[in-house]
Ligand binder design. Sequence first.
Ligand code: CU
Ligand code: ZN
Length: 181
Amino acid sequence: MKIQKTLTIAVAASLLCMLSVATAWAAQQEGPHKAVCVIQPTEGNACKGVVRYEEGMDGKVTVTAKLSGLKPNQKHAMHIHQFGDITDPAGKSAGGHYNPEGHQHGLPPGEQRHAGDFGNVQADAEGNAAFEIVVDNISITGKNPILGRGMIVHALPDDGGQPTGNAGARIGMGVIGVAAD
Ligand code: CU
Ligand code: ZN
């Protein structure tokens, strides 16, 4: 009788365990794993390009960006901002930095930073930049989801200062959407 009870509990526990593993796997499978953001210039600026976001099975997101129209040989701040609203010609309607966990502003790889803080892209002599970062504090549609949020490229470098890195005007903006592949 006692053995049977123990056995029943063991079977129930392992079933529950299998179920939670299956649920976690399903959560990984559902929803898009790739997002894209086309950066367009704000009024009077020339910044444009494409930012891509790919979420791996480990939950980490690889962010790559190719930008042009930057100030040659200068660093430019790049962040995810709160809203995917780019109706304002100067990019103001995108709101502040995307900060779902209530952190202070910071630079990666520091842990105390907004989820949207990607640091800086470095422009070459022609004003082009290629950028890559792997982060674990955002996802496409899971924890701290970025889908539908805004991207902003700034005129100045992000110096990590409070409250938003002294990055100056918004020269490029875009909305993060589901990628085609
Ligand atoms: Cu910003
Ligand atoms: Zn920030």
